[in-house]
Design a protein around this ligand. Structure first.
Ligand SMILES: C[C@H](O)[C@H](O)[C@H]1CNC2=NC(N)=NC(=O)C2=N1
Length: 103
């Protein structure tokens, strides 16, 4: 899988919503907030199953009703289409859990 840089990275990011580039464009990051811990953990459970199906996994942390997610392709040392696909999949799942998401 080739690393996304420059215009290819910009074009791919244009398909995502609310994700922030960090670490010199090597990682995408987004913070989510849910109604409570059970809602946050239900979201994480669904994302975990999607990640396992895609064989592409997030780096994330959870504090009560908040989940902080960052995505990178460890084997490519930067961002690939897998990260963009997973970001969009995560947003669809979050939408099902009526969250207020922000960077
Ligand atoms: C062995 C397994 O296929 C690899 O470790 C996969 C698993 N999930 C992964 N997830 C992410 N984010 N980056 C990877 O390089 C990666 N590699």
């Amino acid at each position: 899988m080739t690393k996304l840089i420059g215009k290819d990275l910009d074009d791919a990011l244009a398909t995502t919503s609310g994700w922030t580039l960090i670490e010199d464009g090597k990682r995408l990051s987004k913070a989510f907030r849910f109604a409570d811990f059970p809602a946050a953990f239900a979201f994480m459970t669904r994302v975990a199953m999607a990640a396992e199906r895609m064989n592409h996994h997030p780096d994330w942390s959870n504090s009560y009703d908040r989940v902080l997610i960052s995505l990178t392709s460890h084997d490519a040392g930067g961002l690939t289409s897998r990260d963009v696909d997973l970001a969009n999949r995560i947003d669809r799942i979050a939408g099902d859990h009526s969250t207020s998401s922000r960077n």
